[in-house]
Each structure stands twice: as C-alpha cells, then as structure tokens.
Design a protein around this ligand. Sequence first.
Ligand SMILES: Nc1ncnc2c1ncn2[C@@H]1O[C@H](COP(=O)(O)OP(=O)(O)O)[C@@H](O)[C@H]1O
Ligand SMILES: [Mg+2]
Length: 251
Amino acid sequence: MNETSGNGSSHASLRTGGALELQGVEAGYGESIILRGVSLQVRPGQVVCLMGRNGVGKTTLMKTIMGLLRAKKGTIRYAGTDYTAKTPDIRAKAGIGYVPQGRDIFPQLTVEENLRLGLEAADTKLRNAGIPESVFAQFPVLRDMLRRKGGDLSGGQQQQLAIARALVAEPTLLLLDEPMEGIQPSIVMDIERVIESIKASKRMGVLLVEQSLTFASAIADYSYVLDKGAIVAEGSSASLSEEQVRRHLAV
Ligand SMILES: Nc1ncnc2c1ncn2[C@@H]1O[C@H](COP(=O)(O)OP(=O)(O)O)[C@@H](O)[C@H]1O
Ligand SMILES: [Mg+2]
C-alpha cells in the first residue's frame, strides 16, 4: 500500500507550522454562548494541556479551533494567518490535525481505508506517497489489522487508529480531545508514549484535553484550566499549583 518509498519525512521538515493564537474567542450553539472570551496560545513544538470539568466547553473549544463551530467573536490565528472565517478543510490543509473526543473512526471501513481518509487532509505530495511507514512504527498493532473493519477493533485500538488517521497528514498542530478517556490502562500507556514521542520529535504543537492532572503536569509545557467557558487559571506545569487546578477540577 506504500506505492513509493516516499520522501515524506524530508518533505515534512519543510512544514514548520507556527503558533496557534486565540484571542477573545466566543462561541456556542445557536443562541447559547458557551465560550466566553477565550485567549490561548500553543507555540510550535509545545504540548499544551486544556483541563476542566465535564461540560465547561473543552470540546466546544476544540471544535471552534477546527472550524466545525463558528467563532461569534474573537480571532483564531495559526502561523500568522487568520483562520477565524475559514472552513475546517482549509484549516486541516494548513496543518491542523484533529482527533475528536470519543474516537469517531468509520466502523464500516477497514483500518487502511480509515487511514487513507486521513490523507485527504494532506497535500498532493504526501497523498501520493501513501500511508507513511512512521505510522506503523508508532502503532504496530494497526499494521496487523489493515484489512479489519474499524468497528471490529477494541476501544484502545480505535483510539490509536483515530490518532494515526490524524498523523498521516503530518499535521504541524495536533488537537487531541481526551484521548485516554474510557481506555484500558495498558493502552493508556501506549497513547501516553505516542504523545511523549510527538513531543520529543518537536515536529508539531499539541493541544491536549486531559483530565488526569498527573499526566498533564508530566507532559505539558503549559496548561490552561477552563471553567464555564472561560480560562480561569493558566501557567507552566510548575507554576500552576495543584491546589489551584484541583479547585477548578473538583466537582
Ligand atoms: N451540539 C450541541 N448543542 C447544544 N449544546 C451543546 C452541544 N454540544 C455541547 N453542548 C453544551 O455545551 C457545553 C459545553 O460542552 P462541551 O464543550 O462538550 O464540554 P466539555 O468538553 O468540557 O465536557 C455543555 O453545556 C453542553 O451541554
Ligand atoms: Mg469534551
């Protein structure tokens, strides 16, 4: 399935990405406003965690960054370009990859077909190179399951597929919405390792929605705490006190 030996990696190094910058973003559903003036930044190569209780607007924020939801106010800039009014497709082509909450892969399609769909977000050169080997190095289990239907995979394998699908387009910014949610501990460690390797590669920025304070503080360069649609605390992992975070995370 890898038609060419591929020069994807040399090509990828040309994609440098840039900073994601949100300024005063307001968004919601219909008349209801969920996000209230959210400002945040993810610099290239940084892992930034977004924390907060259920229902405070974390997923809404991810959707707004991806353009699936329109920002009513504020601006969303990436690598110096204003994407506030742009479609999700244009944002994906600009290098923003998105792994939605709840690992929504296509259950009726094979693993390979799911991965090929990820290539749709890639430029022509990457698309022609096919699914990059690096994906199978990161997720060996997917190579063995290429012909299986997505729906036949375990929850943890589906999550790996969802992340792999975003990675095949070689994004420069990855949005990960609660990738560890509802997954057995052994797979949680696999996914943590993948996020760690992404961080070590310094090839993309990551905005990670994560409830585990332990993992968040271990991996994040910087964290934001969202409450009722507003950023209520932020800082480097060292400067954000546990008490400060727990206060906003406690139910
Ligand atoms: N499609 C939708 N239509 C209307 N309201 C929604 C929709 N999705 C989420 N909400 C509401 O928006 C708020 C924030 O939800 P969400 O962003 O999913 O929170 P989180 O990801 O932090 O758990 C909640 O009150 C939720 O009920
Ligand atoms: Mg959510």
